[in-house]
Structures are given as C-alpha cells and as structure tokens.
Design a binder for this molecule. Structure first.
Ligand code: SAM
Length: 243
C-alpha cells in the first residue's frame, strides 16, 4: 500500500525537519559522501518538501523532483527551485543532464528501486543516497511500542549489500558506504507529539489498532524511563557512486 504524501505535506516539516540536524547531519552527509561541489547540477529525487533541495539551492542549480504535487508546492514556496512532478521510474530528463543525484529516504517507497537507479545512471554522473538498513539498526523503544514496525520496514528498506549490488548493476562504480551516527535531543513531549503526528510513514502501514496501542504504551513508558529528555540515537547509511 503506497504512503499518501498529499495528506502529509502540510505537517511534514513540522514533524520531521530540524534546521540544525538537516544541515549538520543530512546535508553534510550528502555533500561529503557525494563529493558535491558548488555549481554542480543537482537532481533531488523524491525531494518532498525541498528540505535539502532548498539548502543546496544556495550553491547549486537544483531540480527538485517528486511524485507528490502537494509536497512540491511546499518545496517551491521555500526557494525558486526547478520543481518537476514525475515518477522516479521514468525521469523526464535527457541523458547526462545532471552532475549528481541525491536520494534521501525515498527507496522504501519505490516499486522497483533498481529501475530508478538505472534511470539515475542514465541522467546523472554520480549519485548519493541516504537510507537505513533495518537489519543492522534498531529503533529502541519505538519497536517495543509497535511490534510489527521492524518486520514491515525490513521488507520496505533495501539491505545495504543489495543496494550496492543494484548500484553496480545500474552502471555505478567506486561505491562508498558510510554508516553515520545520528543523535537528536528532544523533550519527551516533543517525541510524543512526533509519534502522534506519525513522523514515520510506517505508522500508516501497521495492523489495525497497533498504532493507538503503541501511543498509549509510549505515553506511559517514555516519561517513566526517560524523565523529560529523550535522546534519539541511531545511524543512517550514506552511499555514493560514480558512473
Ligand atoms: C520520506 S519522503 C522524503 C522526502 C525528502 N527526500 C526528505 O528527506 O525530506 C519520500 C518522498 O518520496 C516521494 N516519492 C515516493 N515515490 C516516488 C516516486 N516513484 N517518484 C518520485 N518521488 C516519489 C514522496 O512523494 C515523498 O515526497
């Protein structure tokens, strides 16, 4: 079942984005692992609300591409980006139009991510991907609260080895993989609010009743175990490749 981003667009940044983390963790990872240089032509595939496209726009010409009109409307309001509504499986771009394509937390939504990578290899010289491999990462109290979450996400998110192999088959070489530690400090109230507003798209895919039950568990257990401060410690995988 696809996740409906039309419904999420207005709330998306409030629930997920955080300027310090967006710049200091995500953008930094993309620039470093993707070796993105000022002036290079960037495609942000699955750009969503333009969190990273709008930051990169300060130094690079950026095409923000997404299948959701509602998400792109938010991106466009942030910066005069070239916004393109399209499906990543069929990129409306000519061969070699792009220097580097960035893909942040999108693969889990794609019917056929390898097909998308082949399209990326057609239009772009390099690629940098930020994703997560849920066979090597745990989500702590969140997976206690929502017992089906990991099982669902282990199917949705590709494993790192599979992704490296798919990048190679798509024509990318010199593949670099970096697991980067992620720490975000929140109050328990903020974390509960993020959960209630479904900061993970997987919350929409849980079996009936599991989301509400999990929220009740967290309302009880987060303050009991963490007091007022909740530190989210995790890691995400960055992969870079060159054609
Ligand atoms: C989790 S959001 C990530 C947005 C952005 N990259 C970020 O990190 O904030 C996933 C995005 O992928 C988009 N998406 C899903 N399937 C797509 C497809 N086939 N082609 C293009 N975009 C797609 C969704 O509309 C959504 O905006």
């Amino acid at each position: 079942m696809p996740v409906d981003y039309a419904r999420r667009a207005l709330d998306y940044d409030a629930v997920r984005a955080d300027d310090a983390t967006d710049r200091g963790f995500w953008l930094r990872g993309l620039v470093e692992v993707g070796s993105i240089q000022p002036g290079e032509r960037v495609l942000d595939l699955g750009a969503g609300t333009g969190r990273f496209a709008s930051l990169l726009h300060a130094s690079n010409p950026v095409v923000a591409l997404d299948s959701s009109r509602e998400m792109l409307a938010i991106a466009h309001a942030k910066a005069p980006l070239a916004c393109v509504r399209a499906d990543g499986h069929r990129l409306p771009l000519r061969a070699d139009a792009i220097d580097v394509t960035v893909i942040v937390m999108v693969l889990q939504h794609l019917h056929n991510y390898e097909l998308v990578l082949r399209e990326v290899a057609r239009v772009s010289h390099r690629v940098v991907i930020a994703t997560t491999d849920l066979f090597t990462r745990t989500t702590g109290i969140i997976e206690e609260a929502f017992p089906s979450l990991m099982e669902i996400d282990r199917i949705r998110f590709p494993r790192t080895e599979a992704l490296v192999a798919a990048l190679e088959r798509s024509g990318f070489g010199n593949i670099r993989t970096e697991e980067r530690a992620y720490v975000r400090k929140l109050t328990v109230t903020q974390q509960l609010d993020r959960v209630r507003r479904k900061y993970l798209s997987t919350f929409d895919l849980l079996p009936p009743g599991e989301f509400d039950e999990g929220v009740r568990f967290l309302e009880r257990e987060l303050p009991r175990r963490f007091g007022d401060r909740f530190e989210m410690k995790s890691s995400f995988t960055f992969l870079g490749g060159t054609r």
